[in-house]
Design a protein. Structure first.
Length: 498
């Protein structure tokens, strides 16, 4: 990408994006005409390059991102104050399949992971304590600290207790969502062993929960129900954890094909550069990984609104198209059932960074999944079945969505951000900055800088370095969230708490 002051993303666009702060009176020369800026315009924000009467659609990425609230003049700064979303309720859709060939060569690159008995591969070898209910969080955390002190993590990467507030006082959908996510965590290949820690009186009955695991490795996954312990539950817990640890500590990394890698695609704290730098870079990687036989998952369904037809028409079959329509409209119904408009999404940080409507956000957000066909569609809490690009039902909330990606079976989350964020979920959560200023200012948060694309680095050069970085993380290099110890989970909740 050539260094310049502004960028027209698509030939059909009626706006350009400022690549640096621009001042009133500066001239943009584009499409054979000189346009004078009518206001100071921050970097990442949009300037209109045609006159737009009230009601006219404003085009960015080649698609409408809303319409003019009033008559707008060429050279005006377009933002949330003069641009209004076109989104409303649920829609009917027609399947118009697009068969775009990736034409990406297969190569022989590999990574070194932990091969599990069930055929899955982990990129970390950790011991986890998973509570069936929030009432035993304190015991879980105490046990984790005791095991870490006793073993000094010899032979394993970490010990972690996954604090959450659910497992009881929940009904129907919320109850099942909790059980599914906790099940997925217990079975996750990044764990070399898991202690399931129950209380005994909770709705999420521990013995019934264990049945959800199916044919699991009983040497690696063990249950302790604290109310049934006649004595010190910490002592009993440590006995089980020592057995689990002895199994896990002997695991060794082995060479694995990239087809075994499963990557979650997420963005948060997005800005006007997200759809220009970090998201397209992640999209290029997603296509590369799919071409190697690997898997990527796109979620944040509300941040697909306005770009959903692009995804629907990339579905490999009519059945997947129908599932994607259901994915979109069910989430819109969720919003409407709570009396909320479907287009009320961009946060204050998004708007400050140059994102004015949900369509503006979605058209940038969905670039994380590149151009590959959609091979699978997952409900919240489902585990991966199809290789290739998958869509997953989850909200836009950073921690809820990242947890859902990990629960589906991803070993790593690629998280693009323009504003920055330190958090991580229960798998490595790699932060990719959309701009170089963020990378320079927050080196303790950010793992990779996609802002180099605006600075002049060619996409293919940066992509090769990005592939190298992701493989290094898969081989054991800690992400910044891991190095900082910032690791959490959050489970989606919709209904009544008893």
């Amino acid at each position: 990408m050539e260094q310049q002051s502004f960028l027209k993303i698509n030939p059909a666009d009626s706006v350009v994006v400022c690549l640096r702060p621009m001042q009133k009176g500066e001239i943009i020369s584009i499409d054979g005409k000189d346009i004078e800026l009518l206001q100071d315009t921050p970097a990442g924000h949009k300037v209109l390059i045609v006159d737009a009467p009230e009601g006219t659609d404003i085009i960015k990425y080649g698609y409408p991102i809303g319409h003019a609230r009033k008559d707008l003049r060429m050279g005006e700064w377009v933002n949330e104050n003069n641009l209004k979303t076109n989104l409303a309720g649920t829609l009917s859709y027609e399947y118009k399949p697009v068969d775009e060939k990736l034409n990406i060569a297969k190569d022989n690159r590999t990574f070194y992971g932990y091969k599990r008995k069930n055929g899955e591969v982990g990129i970390r070898n950790e011991v986890w304590i998973v509570p069936t209910v929030g009432c035993v969080n304190g015991i879980a955390e105490r046990l984790a600290a005791m095991l870490e002190k006793e073993t000094r993590l010899e032979g394993i990467d970490a010990v972690h207790a996954w604090h959450h507030n659910f497992g009881c006082s929940q009904l129907s959908g919320d109850h099942e969502n909790t059980r599914k996510v906790l099940r997925d965590m217990v079975l996750h290949p990044n764990a070399g062993g898991v202690l399931v820690l129950g209380l005994g009186c909770e709705n999420n009955q521990p013995e019934d929960f264990m049945k959800m695991l199916g044919d699991y490795d009983k040497d690696r996954i063990k249950l302790l129900v604290t109310q049934k312990v006649q004595g010190d539950e910490l002592e009993e817990g440590m006995k089980l954890l020592r057995d689990i640890y002895q199994q896990a500590r002997n695991d060794r990394r082995e060479e694995c094909p990239l087809s075994m890698l499963r990557v979650g695609l997420k963005c948060g704290g997005s800005d006007g550069f997200s759809g220009i730098t970090a998201n397209p870079l992640v999209g290029e990687f997603s296509d590369y990984l799919v071409a190697q036989g690997g898997t990527s998952i796109l979620t944040e369904v509300p941040e697909m609104f306005g770009a959903e037809t692009i995804l629907m028409n990339r579905c490999e079959t009519p059945e997947l198209f129908d599932k994607t329509v259901k994915l979109i409209n069910n989430f819109k119904e969720y919003f409407l059932s709570h009396g909320e408009p479907v287009g009320e999404n961009p946060s204050p940080g998004n708007k400050a960074g140059g994102i004015s409507t949900l369509e503006d956000k979605a058209l940038g957000c969905t670039q994380k999944c590149g151009r590959a066909p959609v091979s699978g569609v997952l409900e919240y809490g489902d585990r991966l079945e199809a290789r290739g690009l998958n869509l997953l039902s989850a909200p836009g909330n950073d921690l809820v969505a990242a947890t859902a990606l990990a629960s589906a079976g991803c070993q790593i989350v690629l998280f693009t951000t323009g504003r920055g964020t330190p958090f991580g979920t229960f798998i490595p959560t790699m932060k990719i900055s959309t701009n170089s200023n963020l990378f320079r200012n927050k080196p303790n948060w950010i793992d990779f800088n996609a802002g180099e694309l605006v600075d002049g680095t060619p996409m293919q050069d940066l992509l090769q370095r990005f592939i190298d970085k992701i493989i290094a993380v898969a081989n054991g290099e800690p992400t910044r969230n891991e190095a900082n110890g910032y690791r959490e989970i959050s489970i989606f909740k919709n209904g009544v708490t008893l």
